[in-house]
Design a protein around this ligand. Structure first.
Ligand code: MN
Length: 292
Protein backbone atom coordinates (compact mmCIF):
# COMPACT_ATOMS: atom_id res chain seq x y z
CA UNK A 1 0.00 0.00 0.00
CA UNK A 2 1.13 3.56 -0.71
CA UNK A 3 0.27 6.02 2.07
CA UNK A 4 0.29 9.82 2.00
CA UNK A 5 -0.62 12.87 4.06
CA UNK A 6 -2.54 15.69 2.38
CA UNK A 7 -4.10 19.12 3.07
CA UNK A 8 -4.57 19.64 6.83
CA UNK A 9 -2.75 16.42 7.76
CA UNK A 10 -5.41 14.03 6.44
CA UNK A 11 -4.27 10.46 5.77
CA UNK A 12 -4.76 8.67 2.48
CA UNK A 13 -4.00 5.49 0.60
CA UNK A 14 -3.42 5.58 -3.13
CA UNK A 15 -5.88 3.87 -5.47
CA UNK A 16 -3.99 3.86 -8.75
CA UNK A 17 -1.66 6.67 -9.78
CA UNK A 18 -4.09 9.60 -9.83
CA UNK A 19 -6.56 8.95 -7.01
CA UNK A 20 -6.51 8.71 -3.24
CA UNK A 21 -8.89 7.37 -0.61
CA UNK A 22 -9.05 9.09 2.77
CA UNK A 23 -8.02 7.07 5.86
CA UNK A 24 -8.19 9.79 8.52
CA UNK A 25 -11.19 8.14 10.21
CA UNK A 26 -8.95 5.25 11.31
CA UNK A 27 -7.17 7.56 13.77
CA UNK A 28 -8.59 8.75 17.11
CA UNK A 29 -9.74 12.38 16.77
CA UNK A 30 -7.70 13.33 19.84
CA UNK A 31 -4.41 12.61 18.04
CA UNK A 32 -2.48 15.76 17.12
CA UNK A 33 -2.92 15.99 13.30
CA UNK A 34 0.84 15.98 12.43
CA UNK A 35 1.16 12.74 14.42
CA UNK A 36 -1.61 10.86 12.62
CA UNK A 37 0.81 8.96 10.38
CA UNK A 38 2.81 7.88 13.43
CA UNK A 39 -0.46 6.65 14.99
CA UNK A 40 -1.37 4.76 11.79
CA UNK A 41 2.06 3.11 11.69
CA UNK A 42 2.03 2.23 15.41
CA UNK A 43 -1.46 0.71 15.06
CA UNK A 44 -0.90 -0.89 11.65
CA UNK A 45 -1.29 -4.49 12.79
CA UNK A 46 -4.81 -3.61 13.98
CA UNK A 47 -5.64 -1.08 11.22
CA UNK A 48 -4.20 -2.60 8.03
CA UNK A 49 -7.30 -4.64 7.18
CA UNK A 50 -9.65 -1.68 7.48
CA UNK A 51 -7.19 0.50 5.55
CA UNK A 52 -7.17 -2.03 2.70
CA UNK A 53 -10.99 -2.14 2.68
CA UNK A 54 -11.22 1.64 2.49
CA UNK A 55 -8.55 1.79 -0.22
CA UNK A 56 -10.55 -0.68 -2.30
CA UNK A 57 -14.02 0.78 -1.84
CA UNK A 58 -13.87 4.27 -0.31
CA UNK A 59 -14.76 7.45 -2.24
CA UNK A 60 -12.01 8.50 -4.65
CA UNK A 61 -10.30 11.88 -4.39
CA UNK A 62 -8.56 13.30 -7.45
CA UNK A 63 -4.86 13.79 -6.81
CA UNK A 64 -5.06 17.20 -8.53
CA UNK A 65 -7.54 18.42 -5.89
CA UNK A 66 -5.24 17.97 -2.90
CA UNK A 67 -1.90 19.27 -1.64
CA UNK A 68 0.48 16.50 -0.65
CA UNK A 69 2.48 16.93 2.52
CA UNK A 70 5.42 14.87 3.69
CA UNK A 71 4.02 11.36 4.30
CA UNK A 72 5.67 11.32 7.73
CA UNK A 73 5.69 14.92 8.95
CA UNK A 74 6.63 14.30 12.58
CA UNK A 75 8.93 11.38 13.40
CA UNK A 76 10.56 11.45 16.85
CA UNK A 77 13.92 11.46 15.04
CA UNK A 78 15.68 11.04 11.72
CA UNK A 79 18.85 8.95 12.04
CA UNK A 80 21.17 9.23 9.07
CA UNK A 81 24.08 7.25 7.65
CA UNK A 82 27.22 9.22 6.74
CA UNK A 83 29.43 8.02 3.86
CA UNK A 84 27.69 4.69 3.40
CA UNK A 85 28.78 4.03 -0.22
CA UNK A 86 32.48 3.57 -1.07
CA UNK A 87 32.23 5.52 -4.33
CA UNK A 88 30.79 8.53 -2.46
CA UNK A 89 33.68 8.28 0.03
CA UNK A 90 36.13 8.63 -2.87
CA UNK A 91 34.41 11.74 -4.25
CA UNK A 92 34.25 13.38 -0.80
CA UNK A 93 37.94 12.61 -0.25
CA UNK A 94 38.75 14.44 -3.47
CA UNK A 95 36.87 17.52 -2.35
CA UNK A 96 39.71 19.18 -0.44
CA UNK A 97 38.10 22.60 -0.65
CA UNK A 98 35.50 21.38 1.80
CA UNK A 99 37.44 18.82 3.78
CA UNK A 100 40.81 20.58 3.88
CA UNK A 101 42.77 17.47 3.03
CA UNK A 102 41.45 15.39 5.90
CA UNK A 103 41.03 11.76 4.95
CA UNK A 104 37.35 10.94 4.60
CA UNK A 105 36.43 7.85 6.58
CA UNK A 106 33.26 5.81 6.11
CA UNK A 107 30.23 4.94 8.17
CA UNK A 108 32.41 2.41 10.01
CA UNK A 109 34.09 5.42 11.69
CA UNK A 110 31.30 8.01 11.73
CA UNK A 111 28.41 5.56 12.40
CA UNK A 112 25.52 8.02 12.30
CA UNK A 113 24.08 11.44 13.02
CA UNK A 114 20.62 12.84 13.64
CA UNK A 115 18.70 15.41 11.64
CA UNK A 116 16.05 17.64 13.20
CA UNK A 117 12.52 16.36 12.38
CA UNK A 118 11.57 20.01 11.67
CA UNK A 119 13.74 19.78 8.52
CA UNK A 120 11.13 17.54 6.86
CA UNK A 121 9.21 18.95 3.93
CA UNK A 122 6.76 17.46 1.46
CA UNK A 123 6.80 17.36 -2.34
CA UNK A 124 4.65 20.44 -2.88
CA UNK A 125 6.78 22.85 -0.87
CA UNK A 126 10.19 24.06 -2.09
CA UNK A 127 13.63 23.36 -0.73
CA UNK A 128 14.79 26.75 0.57
CA UNK A 129 18.45 27.76 0.16
CA UNK A 130 19.52 29.86 3.16
CA UNK A 131 22.70 31.47 1.74
CA UNK A 132 23.71 32.85 -1.66
CA UNK A 133 27.42 32.38 -0.95
CA UNK A 134 27.45 28.89 0.55
CA UNK A 135 27.35 25.60 -1.35
CA UNK A 136 24.27 23.47 -0.69
CA UNK A 137 24.13 19.91 -2.08
CA UNK A 138 21.53 17.27 -2.87
CA UNK A 139 21.98 13.70 -1.63
CA UNK A 140 19.45 11.16 -2.95
CA UNK A 141 18.75 8.38 -0.45
CA UNK A 142 16.49 5.47 0.37
CA UNK A 143 14.49 6.37 3.50
CA UNK A 144 13.40 3.62 5.91
CA UNK A 145 10.32 4.10 8.11
CA UNK A 146 10.35 2.11 11.33
CA UNK A 147 7.16 0.16 12.10
CA UNK A 148 7.66 -1.22 15.60
CA UNK A 149 9.83 -0.26 18.56
CA UNK A 150 13.39 -1.47 17.99
CA UNK A 151 15.93 -1.61 20.82
CA UNK A 152 19.14 -3.63 20.53
CA UNK A 153 17.79 -5.54 17.56
CA UNK A 154 20.05 -8.02 15.77
CA UNK A 155 20.42 -7.66 12.02
CA UNK A 156 18.68 -10.97 11.31
CA UNK A 157 15.56 -9.64 13.03
CA UNK A 158 15.84 -6.06 11.83
CA UNK A 159 13.61 -6.06 8.74
CA UNK A 160 10.63 -7.16 10.88
CA UNK A 161 10.79 -3.66 12.40
CA UNK A 162 10.46 -1.87 9.04
CA UNK A 163 7.09 -0.38 8.14
CA UNK A 164 8.02 0.89 4.71
CA UNK A 165 10.26 2.97 2.48
CA UNK A 166 10.26 6.49 1.08
CA UNK A 167 12.39 8.50 -1.35
CA UNK A 168 14.38 10.98 0.77
CA UNK A 169 16.73 13.88 0.05
CA UNK A 170 19.41 14.69 2.62
CA UNK A 171 20.04 18.34 1.71
CA UNK A 172 23.39 19.52 3.03
CA UNK A 173 25.04 22.87 3.56
CA UNK A 174 28.80 22.37 3.05
CA UNK A 175 31.13 23.97 5.54
CA UNK A 176 32.72 23.74 8.95
CA UNK A 177 29.67 23.52 11.20
CA UNK A 178 28.70 20.26 12.85
CA UNK A 179 27.15 17.82 10.38
CA UNK A 180 23.81 17.64 12.18
CA UNK A 181 23.52 21.45 12.14
CA UNK A 182 24.36 21.76 8.43
CA UNK A 183 21.75 19.15 7.52
CA UNK A 184 18.94 20.31 9.81
CA UNK A 185 17.90 23.62 8.22
CA UNK A 186 14.17 23.90 7.52
CA UNK A 187 13.22 22.07 4.27
CA UNK A 188 16.50 20.06 4.22
CA UNK A 189 14.78 16.66 4.48
CA UNK A 190 12.28 16.30 1.62
CA UNK A 191 10.37 13.00 1.71
CA UNK A 192 7.53 11.61 -0.35
CA UNK A 193 5.28 11.56 -2.18
CA UNK A 194 4.26 8.46 -0.26
CA UNK A 195 5.48 5.71 2.05
CA UNK A 196 5.37 2.31 0.37
CA UNK A 197 4.74 -0.52 2.82
CA UNK A 198 7.58 -3.02 3.10
CA UNK A 199 5.56 -5.91 1.63
CA UNK A 200 5.52 -4.11 -1.75
CA UNK A 201 9.29 -3.56 -1.80
CA UNK A 202 10.76 -6.85 -0.64
CA UNK A 203 14.55 -6.84 -0.30
CA UNK A 204 15.79 -3.27 0.37
CA UNK A 205 19.30 -4.40 -0.56
CA UNK A 206 18.73 -4.49 -4.29
CA UNK A 207 17.07 -1.22 -5.35
CA UNK A 208 18.25 1.09 -8.12
CA UNK A 209 18.35 4.77 -7.16
CA UNK A 210 18.52 7.57 -9.73
CA UNK A 211 18.65 11.33 -9.21
CA UNK A 212 18.15 13.87 -11.98
CA UNK A 213 18.92 17.57 -11.66
CA UNK A 214 17.02 19.68 -14.21
CA UNK A 215 16.46 16.51 -16.23
CA UNK A 216 20.13 15.46 -16.30
CA UNK A 217 21.15 12.25 -14.53
CA UNK A 218 23.55 12.97 -11.66
CA UNK A 219 23.29 9.92 -9.40
CA UNK A 220 22.75 6.32 -10.42
CA UNK A 221 23.43 3.66 -7.84
CA UNK A 222 22.06 0.58 -6.20
CA UNK A 223 21.49 -0.22 -2.53
CA UNK A 224 23.57 -3.36 -3.18
CA UNK A 225 26.59 -1.04 -2.80
CA UNK A 226 25.65 0.17 0.68
CA UNK A 227 28.49 -0.44 3.17
CA UNK A 228 25.91 -0.94 5.94
CA UNK A 229 22.68 -2.29 4.46
CA UNK A 230 19.29 -1.65 6.05
CA UNK A 231 19.45 -4.58 8.55
CA UNK A 232 22.93 -3.52 9.75
CA UNK A 233 21.83 0.14 10.09
CA UNK A 234 18.90 -0.87 12.29
CA UNK A 235 21.18 -3.15 14.32
CA UNK A 236 23.78 -0.42 14.90
CA UNK A 237 21.41 2.49 15.57
CA UNK A 238 19.13 0.48 17.85
CA UNK A 239 22.14 -0.32 20.05
CA UNK A 240 22.37 3.36 20.90
CA UNK A 241 18.84 4.68 20.71
CA UNK A 242 15.43 3.07 20.73
CA UNK A 243 13.83 3.44 17.30
CA UNK A 244 10.13 4.22 17.63
CA UNK A 245 7.29 3.63 15.16
CA UNK A 246 7.44 6.33 12.52
CA UNK A 247 11.14 7.11 13.00
CA UNK A 248 13.06 7.58 9.74
CA UNK A 249 16.50 6.31 8.75
CA UNK A 250 18.33 8.04 5.87
CA UNK A 251 20.52 5.26 4.49
CA UNK A 252 23.21 7.35 2.75
CA UNK A 253 23.88 8.56 -0.76
CA UNK A 254 25.78 7.07 -3.72
CA UNK A 255 28.32 9.02 -5.76
CA UNK A 256 27.34 12.00 -7.90
CA UNK A 257 26.52 14.48 -5.16
CA UNK A 258 26.53 18.09 -6.32
CA UNK A 259 25.38 21.64 -5.69
CA UNK A 260 21.86 23.04 -6.15
CA UNK A 261 20.79 26.57 -6.98
CA UNK A 262 17.57 28.59 -7.09
CA UNK A 263 14.88 27.28 -9.48
CA UNK A 264 16.55 23.88 -9.86
CA UNK A 265 14.31 20.82 -10.16
CA UNK A 266 15.36 17.59 -8.47
CA UNK A 267 13.83 14.21 -9.33
CA UNK A 268 14.76 11.19 -7.20
CA UNK A 269 13.48 7.78 -8.31
CA UNK A 270 13.93 4.63 -6.25
CA UNK A 271 12.94 1.33 -7.81
CA UNK A 272 9.73 -0.14 -6.34
CA UNK A 273 9.43 2.87 -3.99
CA UNK A 274 8.60 5.91 -6.12
CA UNK A 275 9.66 9.29 -7.48
CA UNK A 276 10.08 12.45 -5.41
CA UNK A 277 10.15 15.73 -7.37
CA UNK A 278 11.30 18.87 -5.57
CA UNK A 279 11.68 22.51 -6.57
CA UNK A 280 14.50 24.64 -5.14
CA UNK A 281 14.10 28.29 -4.23
CA UNK A 282 16.16 30.99 -2.51
CA UNK A 283 15.35 32.23 0.96
CA UNK A 284 18.48 34.28 1.41
CA UNK A 285 18.75 36.68 4.25
CA UNK A 286 18.08 34.06 6.92
CA UNK A 287 21.15 35.72 8.31
CA UNK A 288 22.40 33.89 11.33
CA UNK A 289 26.13 34.43 11.36
CA UNK A 290 27.39 30.89 11.05
CA UNK A 291 30.91 30.03 10.07
CA UNK A 292 31.86 29.61 6.45
MN1 MN B 1 23.30 11.80 3.45
Amino acid sequence: MRLSVFDDHRLAAWAGDDELVELTELIEPTVDPPRRMTALIAGWERLAGRAAELAASGPRIDRADVTLRAPQPAPSKIVAAPVNYHAHQREMGGDHGFYRGDRIQTIETYVGFVKAPSSIVGPEQPIELPYADRRTDYEGELGVVIGSTASRVRRDDALAHVFGYVPLLDITLRGAEDRSFRKSFDTFTPVGPWIVTADEVGDPGNLVLELRLNGERRQHGTTRDLIYGVPRLIEVYSQAMTLWPGDVIATGTPEGVGAIGPEDEIELTIERVGTLRMHVTARYGADVSVAS
